[in-house]
Design a protein around this ligand. Structure first.
Ligand code: CIZ
Ligand code: SF4
Length: 304
């Protein structure tokens, strides 16, 4: 492992590259990265760095979003098959059909969508700013389409009192978390607080002390007085939480909450990505331009 890390660090300098890793990445991939964060934070990092190459350790839509923000940089995804099943539940054609049924609706899309879907939207949000953006930008609109996550849409609807025309997409990893998992962990750790991601089912979010995006969770954990935390999201985030809070104890709500796509990225693939300059993520320019318009506003809604 030492050897491969040294090789990665050396090549990174030679290539003028930066390594960005999502909060759900493997521990050793997070440790080799220059920045670890959520898709919004990583896109901002991608835009602000003067590196020529970005090795994006995450899934395809995240690398695509980074490329849209930084068209002049080379964006590499170490495994070209690291996709997001939720993002793949809707394509541009399907969204155009839905829009045709509701011609005057505004369209809000979750960042977990392809560039082709973002190109069809008015506005893009992440789980960190979905509630604020819905309230501040779309409240009062008679019809709003929200794609593709039915559970995030349900959460935002609950928080804002707004109604959405939804797409029945979901995250297969977060959908594995069930109310009985929370009940079991609470019984085992009665002093612990429960934090869950809004991609979870409503029956699960209703049992949580705090519902937040991955960055929101990391912040909450640092600021909270709680020393025991039950974590209801992809288990990879616990590595970062432990590093940032050595005195606290974390329990995954379900060992099943593993995203196989996030786990496709390994140290070897990061090395090969730098060595061979693969796999470049480059959405068509016309699509990227239209997608940019919907995601640009998202940057102004940085979570507090
Ligand atoms: O925006 C992201 O990175 C995702 C997919 C989740 C989150 O809550 O950070
Ligand atoms: Fe997609 Fe879910 Fe994996 Fe996130 S955890 S990349 S939403 S499948």
């Amino acid at each position: 492992m030492e050897n491969i890390i040294e090789k990665i660090q050396k090549l990174k300098k030679e290539r003028r590259a930066v390594i960005l890793a999502h909060n759900y990445q493997r521990p050793e991939v997070q440790d080799v990265a220059d920045f670890v964060g959520d898709s919004l934070g990583l896109s901002l990092q991608a835009a602000s760095t003067d590196a020529e190459v970005i090795v994006f350790c995450g899934v395809h839509f995240m690398a695509e979003t980074a490329k849209i923000f930084s068209p002049e940089k080379t964006v590499l995804l170490p495994d070209p098959d690291a996709g997001c099943p939720m993002a793949d539940m809707i394509n541009g054609e399907q969204l155009r059909e839905l829009k045709a049924k509701h011609p005057s609706a505004k369209v809000l899309c979750y960042v977990n969508t392809s560039a082709a879907v973002k190109a069809e939207c008015d506005l893009c949000c992440t789980s960190a700013n979905a509630v604020t953006m819905a309230k501040e930008v779309l409240k009062g609109e008679p019809e709003i389409i929200f794609v593709p996550d039915q559970y995030l849409a349900a959460y935002v609807a609950e928080q804002t009192g707004m109604k959405f025309i939804v797409w029945h997409g979901f995250c297969p990893t977060h959908a594995k978390i069930l109310p009985e998992d929370i009940e079991r962990e609470k019984a085992l750790h009665p002093r612990a607080v429960v934090i869950v991601h809004p991609e979870c089912r409503p029956a699960v979010t209703h049992l949580a002390d705090k519902v937040a995006s991955t960055e929101g969770m990391c912040r909450y954990v640092q600021e909270s007085a709680a020393t025991e935390i039950i974590v209801g999201t992809e288990v990879g985030i616990i590595h970062r939480m432990k590093k940032e809070n050595p005195g606290k104890v974390f329990y995954p709500v379900s060992e099943q909450a593993v995203c196989p796509n996030m786990k496709r990225i390994t140290l070897e693939k990061v090395l090969w990505s730098l060595q061979d300059k693969v796999h470049e993520v480059n959405p068509p320019v016309e699509i990227a331009k239209r997608a940019y318009d919907s995601i640009e506003r998202m940057l102004n809604y940085r979570p507090k």
